[in-house]
Design a protein around this ligand. Structure first.
Ligand code: NDP
Ligand code: MG
Length: 383
């Protein structure tokens, strides 16, 4: 029998983390969870620890009490993520936390020659060249867990030679049919009801502004070594086709499955093989018609902004990501309106020079500077 694949999951308590854990639980003979992290959801971490018995864990929040007994090492703070990577023997790191805090730990795992399963798009948006270059240098795999990128990877198997265009599908989020006035006035409660996907709050808001698709364009540039002019966005409300590849001979390939992260998760966990599951198949007879529509950068300015930003250098990518994260957080706290999100992002972008960086420290410093600027501008003009 093959030894079990030993897995560390950063962001085990989140939406993606939970899907990964429930898929792992289906195959106890094949996979073993050896390390987990959360930000502050220690109650949820406790049930994960009881169910999966990891050897080490990290809680990024420095002071939240951990009210249960754990016999292995427990690390705290952002550094705790890197220390977790150093503390355990493992085969694959699943990066499923949100935000940019996982970048250092991801680079460290790659330095240790570990394969990566990457859901956390922010990492590629702010430091894609650094991550992919290190992957190449160390000969490790970075498998895309984000459903669109996973779909493309399933179509190309990593061979990028004959791609003419990539077509990223987008659900359009909660507000796709709304007019600009309704969009600007959308409430937190309204935006958080995604019609098809169940996800964390931040990405659900991004789905409605379409900033998520913008981030995914930059993510795709790095995953598939392709220029932004060859990455197209198509609205697909059904969320069955998870993206398409147009090849230079005119053929298109697509990947289809119901709208659940479990399919991309399975693909990544088992790659290069495939898991064998007994589940009802996608019912093609029930899929009346699959519809595709044009995106609309006027009603969804974050998408237009991201398309512009994708053509710029790294500092603008960092600024788009950081300013958007600050804006979404303020919206979720009900301090700014939904319509203020693109305006705030655009103001920050206007203040950042277009530049590339070579080190992790530089990237994180620019990210911090952007966030500070975004908070200052929000205070002055939006709150
Ligand atoms: P969630 O908000 O559901 O979960 C986030 C996870 O990260 C939790 O474990 C959380 O811990 C942890 N976390 C939150 N903030 C921090 C922080 N500052 N430092 C360290 N850890 C932190 O997010 P999702 O699962 O929805 O998304 C995770 C990532 O995957 C994002 O990058 C997202 O863009 C990407 N993604 C998500 C998809 C989805 O379907 N949800 C699809 C494709 C990509 P705690 O629970 O303690 O707060
Ligand atoms: Mg996606």
């Amino acid at each position: 029998m093959c030894p079990k694949k030993r897995i560390v999951i950063l962001g085990a308590t989140g939406s993606v983390g939970s899907t990964v854990l429930s898929e792992i639980a289906r195959y106890p003979d094949l996979f073993q969870v050896v390390g987990v992290s959360c930000y502050s959801a220690v109650d949820q971490l406790e049930s994960i620890v009881h169910r999966f018995s990891p050897r080490a864990m990290a809680v990024v929040h420095r002071t939240v009490p951990v009210p249960f007994h754990f016999s292995g090492p427990l690390f705290r703070g952002i550094d705790g993520l890197t220390r977790l990577i150093d503390a355990v023997d493992f085969d694959v790191l699943v990066v499923a936390l949100s935000g940019v805090n996982g970048l250092g730990a991801t680079l460290r795992a790659m330095e240790r020659n570990k394969d990566i399963i990457l859901a956390n798009k922010e990492i590629l948006v702010i430091a894609g060249a650094m991550v992919m270059h290190l992957a190449q240098r160390k000969g490790v795999r970075v498998l895309p867990l984000d459903s669109e990128h996973n779909a493309i990877f399933q179509c190309t198997h990593g061979d990028h030679r004959f791609i003419r265009n990539l077509w990223l599908t987008a659900s359009g989020g909660k507000l796709w049919h709304a007019d600009r006035k309704t969009i600007d006035a959308a409430t937190v409660e309204m935006v958080l009801q995604h019609p098809k996907w169940s996800m964390g709050k931040k990405i659900t808001v991004d789905s409605s502004t379409m900033a998520n698709k913008g981030l995914e364009i930059i993510e795709a540039m790095h995953f598939f070594s392709i220029g932004p002019e060859r990455i197209k966005v198509v609205i697909h409300r059904d969320c069955i086709v998870h993206s398409l590849v147009e090849f230079c001979d005119g053929s298109f390939l697509a990947q289809l499955s119901p709208p659940s992260m479990k399919y991309a998760t399975r693909h990544c966990l088992f790659f290069p093989e495939r898991g064998d599951v007994e589940e009802p198949s996608l019912d093609l007879y029930e899929l009346a018609a699959l519809k595709f529509e044009r995106p609309d950068g006027e009603r969804f300015p974050c998408l237009r902004l991201a398309m512009e930003v994708a053509r710029e250098r790294q500092s603008k990518h960092i600024a788009f990501n950081g300013a958007n994260e600050v804006a979404v957080e303020l919206f979720l706290q009900k301090k700014i309106g939904f319509g203020a999100i693109p305006g705030l992002v655009e103001s920050v972008l206007g203040k950042i020079e277009s530049k590339d960086y070579g080190t992790l420290e530089e990237v994180l410093a620019v990210d911090q500077m952007v966030r500070t600027k975004a908070k200052q501008l929000a205070k002055r003009f939006y709150i």
